[in-house]
Design a protein around this ligand. Structure first.
Ligand SMILES: *Cc1c(COP(=O)(O)O)cnc(C)c1O
Length: 352
């Protein structure tokens, strides 16, 4: 509290990120980072970008990156928007497309930044409860609203919605923008990108932070009809003309072009995730079916918060949310096989 804060600053309810300890060595299974390094080609491109050209501003349109994303997904460059993290892209989406007269719909259990942006931009929201099994009920999104947003797969549940169900939501809501936050799409669910040609109200956001191992670079993007992208450009150019620096444009462009590296790391994580789910079930956890690089799991006979604290003491960080409906769960990011082996062993000792 300070007398110097604006009324708005007083009223805000900021998002709390997972712990990022800067000194102690933990096995970090708490913020859904990728345990594998980024493409060596991306690192090489960033090194090459760190030269005297840093004197100059970067391309305000980040055209080389937009074109590489358009090529990857078979879109036109006008259908792609890029920003300094998908969080920033989402923020522009909230103010540019989702701030309407009627309330914005999103699930009660979902990404914590959505309510934070509603607070920042004064957007009225209605939280739609997930079903008891933590799935999205399509019928609940067929009521009057000013826009819809949810992650697919959802977070922190990890559960994916089928493209068929997403299409039902799009068909029922032709007059509002439907945003699918595909932060975890590369770990086994189907992207809604093919639906862009059919639905001018569909916007998809993605990030380089998870499946491309570049959380430290802060690059995200959106894809949709050129009209939606133009709306986002208007917000971006009222906020920061150069959200992506030269190193970020170079690194992200090289990353998306390196399909082989991307596919092999995603496959490794998917395999480790399946192993992790099986191991947790054997240790008496309820594990939700995940299509992400984390599992959301509930110890049947132990207290989740205590387990989180005990794991931390043993040098392993996982995520615990003290929120209604999910305070019995832990969200465990998939690490390397070696990291998960240490995790299983520690967990078995703690539960013994
Ligand atoms: C991680 C995450 C993001 C943010 O990604 P950044 O590009 O790192 O900002 C957005 N949405 C969801 C659901 C996420 O889990």
């Amino acid at each position: 509290m300070s007398k110097f804060w604006s009324k708005r600053a007083h009223e805000l309810d900021p998002y709390t990120p997972g712990e990022q300890p800067q000194n102690q060595q933990y096995i970090k299974l708490n913020t859904n980072e990728n345990p594998y390094p980024p493409s060596p080609k991306a690192i090489e491109a960033m090194r090459a970008a760190a030269d005297e050209s840093m004197r100059l501003y970067p391309d305000p349109h980040a055209k080389s990156l937009k074109q590489a994303i358009a090529d990857f997904y078979d879109l036109d460059i006008e259908q792609v928007f890029v920003g300094n993290s998908s969080d920033e892209v989402l923020a522009h989406t909230f103010v540019g497309l989702l701030k309407q007269d009627k309330p914005l719909f999103f699930p009660d259990i979902s990404y914590g930044f959505y309510p934070a942006y509603c607070g920042l931009y004064n957007i009225e929201a209605t939280k739609i409860p997930l079903a008891d099994d933590f799935t999205i009920r399509v019928e609940d999104y067929e009521k009057e609203n000013g826009g819809i947003i949810f992650p697919n797969p959802n977070a922190p549940s990890g559960i994916a919605l089928s493209l068929e169900d997403i299409e039902k939501i799009l068909v029922a809501n032709p007059e509002v923008v439907v945003v699918i936050d595909e932060a975890y799409i590369d770990f086994g669910a189907d992207t809604a990108v093919p639906l862009i040609a059919k639905y001018p109200n569909l916007l998809i956001t993605q990030t380089f932070s998870k499946s491309r191992s570049l959380a430290g670079l802060r690059v995200g993007f959106a894809m949709g009809h050129a009209d939606l992208i133009e709306g986002l450009e208007r917000v971006k150019n009222s906020f920061n003309s150069y959200p992506l620096d030269r190193a970020a444009i170079a690194g992200a462009t090289a990353s998306i072009k390196d399909k082989a590296h991307f596919e092999s790391t995603c496959q490794k994580i998917i395999a480790t995730r399946e192993k992790t789910s099986t191991a947790l079930e054997a240790m008496d956890f309820t594990v939700l079916p995940s299509k992400t690089n984390f599992v959301f799991a509930k110890p049947k006979k132990a207290d989740a918060e205590k387990l989180y604290l005990d794991l931390k003491e043993q040098g392993i960080l996982v995520r615990y949310f003290s929120a209604p409906r999910i305070d019995g769960f832990l969200r465990i990011t998939i690490g390397t096989d070696d990291e998960m082996d240490v995790f299983f062993k520690t967990l078995a000792e703690l539960l013994d």
